[in-house]
Each structure stands twice: as structure tokens, then as C-alpha cells.
Ligand binder design. Sequence first.
Ligand code: BTN
Length: 255
Amino acid sequence: QIGLQTTAFGQNIHYEESVDSTQKIANRLANEDAAEGTIVIAEEQTLGKGRLSRNWHSPKFTGIWMSLILRPNIPFHEAPQLTLLAAVAVAQAIEDVTELTPEIKWPNDLLIKGKKVTGILTELQAESDRIHSVIIGIGVNVNQKLSDFPKELQDIATSLFIESGVSISRAALIQQILRNMEKLYHTYLQHGFSPVKLLWESYAVSLGKELKATTVNETIIGKALGITDSGVLLLEDKTGKVHPIYSADITIPRK
Ligand code: BTN
């Protein structure tokens, strides 16, 4: 029982002890017309999926591995806005439940002291320009100790426990994430992306700084000017040319 205070989000819970990936199950449920707000949660993922075809380390009982099904009536190209919305909702939930304040690295990594504590993966089911469903996958490192992370992640990943020194109730955090998501989602459907964008910017670490974006085709170094109304990152290179970045790996280059 996670003591929900929502009307739709999380009212349908598909819970599993161990799965390959909650995204896979949520995609299947979405195809079977699961209601908006349905969530899939697992204690452990054996093949957790990250962005850019990476793996997501999802050990048993220590984190939140959850996928949420949404069915917004928005055009295809606006779907990335929902990823940014999810990042804001999780950042707020971490602030609500712990003493920590995460920062957002575009598009949707949540960092604490520069280390990753949350990843968000959005997948779409669409026919031409009509969205059938959006699956938002949220992974939060909650109670891992440093030694629970594989060696190669120990310098770049962290957990709420590592950063705060106290163990955190996963149920309370899930409840708060869903509550914040539902509230923001309603704001978004009623008033559009602007209020969400303002919140996103208030958590963003990288605006105004020089960033390196590695896309499938090229590497661009430039100053982050901000995000557009559709959630696209704008980088200004040395010559003053502005590059829209739709999908990339972002790092802060060493001087
Ligand atoms: C990233 O690369 O930063 C995104 C990570 C997303 C991980 C979550 S955990 C729940 C859901 N199921 C998955 O297989 N991946 C997402």
C-alpha cells in the first residue's frame, strides 16, 4: 500500500518482484489499452533500459523502478515536454521527502552534487501525428550504498541515501512523485508548457554554461541559451550560430 493521494495516477498498479524492464510491460499494457495513469513497478529489473541504448542498473529493493502510462491528446512533437515535466515532478518529490535539492541536467537527468540520482526514459506509441500513449520510465536510486553500484558507476552515480545519510521510504517517494506528476500534468494540459518550463529552468544546472553535446552525427560545443517551448536545447557556438539539440549526451567540457 503506497497511500496514494491522486485521482488517476497510480490507481492502477501493476507490481512485480522481478522483471526484465518495467518499460516493456508498460508498452504491452498500453497496447492493451490500459487506463491513463497506470503504473508498472518492480523491486528489481534484470535488463533495465536507459537512454541511448544504455543499461540501467536496477538492483533489488533499493530503488524506484517505475513506468507510467499517459495518453495525452497532444501532437507528436510535443511529447518531449512530458519528459521535462517528469523530471520536475521527481525533483520536487525529492525535495518534499528529503533535505536534498537535485539539479536537472538537460534533458532529464537529476543530479546531486554532479552525480546522477535519477534517470528518465520516455517512449512513445504513435500513429502518424497522433499519440497513442507515452510511457515515462523513472529510475530513482534511493537506498543504495556506494558499494551497491558497479565500480564503473561509483564516480558518476549516487543515491538519496548516500547523499543524505538516512534511508528513505520508497513508498512515500513514489506517492509524492505521482502526486506531483498528476498535478503538473493537469497544469500542462490546461495551460500548456510555459509553467512547466519555468519550473524546469529553476532546477536546471547547465543554462548559461558551456556544454558539449554529442549527437549521433556530430559534437557541438556551445553556450546553453535555454530550452525552446518544445523542450529543445539551444547551444550557441563560438561563431554565434545557434544549434537546436534534439537528442544528445551532454557533458561539461574541461577547460
Ligand atoms: C537514463 O538513461 O537516464 C534513463 C533511465 C531510465 C530507467 C527507468 S527504471 C524504470 C524504467 N524501466 C526501464 O527499463 N527503464 C526505466
